[in-house]
Design a protein around this ligand. Sequence first.
Ligand code: SAM
Ligand code: SF4
Length: 332
Amino acid sequence: MDLIDRYGRTVRDLRISVTDRCNFRCTYCMPEEGLNWLDRAEVLTFEEIERVARICVERFGVDSLRLTGGEPTVRAHLPQLIERLAALRLEDGRKPDIALTTNGATLRNIATELRNAGLDRINVSLDSLQRERFLAMTRRDELDNVLAGIQEAVTTGFDKVKVNTVVERGTNDDEILDLATFGRDLGVEVRFIEFMPLDATNEWERQKVVTQEEIVAAIGEVYPLEQIPARGAAPADRWRYLDGHGTVGVIPSVSQPFCGDCDRVRITSDGQFRTCLFATNEFDLRAIMRNGGTDDEMAQVIIDAVATKWAGHQINQVNFIRPNRSMSQIGG
Ligand code: SAM
Ligand code: SF4
């Protein structure tokens, strides 16, 4: 059966956070000292993650599984989890699409292993091409490793390699064009993300958000663009370079929320099921699993949770309430 919420949206995509830990400390995500990491015993095992994914794929037709975190590559034996997920099958025999979002710091060494395990797509985060600025934004001097990781991912032949760039006014907005050029030259789609109020240090301000309109204008001035119609359920609006050098995307979560088409649900690394990044309620699948619950019980909780999915987040309303977990604790 399909999982359809009260607003008629069908769930197709499960974002799985495999860890809340990270080897970076991006200023828009985490404080310098890190966060209070979960104890190992609180984090779902691979068996538990696979069980949640299996129910979503086999019973509810979820055909897209995205691994994230925290930094998913710091979770030991990640390829083993990918292998398990890649072995799942939808009712019609299809394999779910498996993707990973990573900061790319160790990708150079593990891209082939991830690909061989069954990973289809990869998104690598990259906010600056300038070493000092990269260091300031991530608090890690890892630019060269990330660039090498992106190159390795391209060489490895994933179905798609994308670059994610969070744009913050006054921090890296003067690099929009350089990053777009980087994507064009390498043949990867850069997706510029509007800064969202999910940073752990509560420093988000509306004036720091560089809007989709501004981003597209900055690129279009130099590289003429044509919008690709029909985003569907994907979060990015996309444009084609008129000179044939590929595509570029923007995820306009703040200026043009795309909640009306959202097909996503999430499971945190400690097994809490969420229907939105900004949701203020969670459903405890880990407790059911660890108390001997059945797949039917879990499936019912998932159905009940999806029934609560709201029409959309309220970032633009005065009554917006920040979720009590930040991006890395939810799984971005
Ligand atoms: N560690 C991995 C990475 O950085 O790609 C995966 C997890 S990270 C939370 C997922 C994505 O969320 C990254 O592309 C990151 O840049 C983005 N992100 C983190 N905090 C954000 C914020 N406050 N606003 C917008 N995007 C954010
Ligand atoms: Fe780590 Fe990703 Fe958050 Fe940066 S955005 S601190 S890499 S989880």
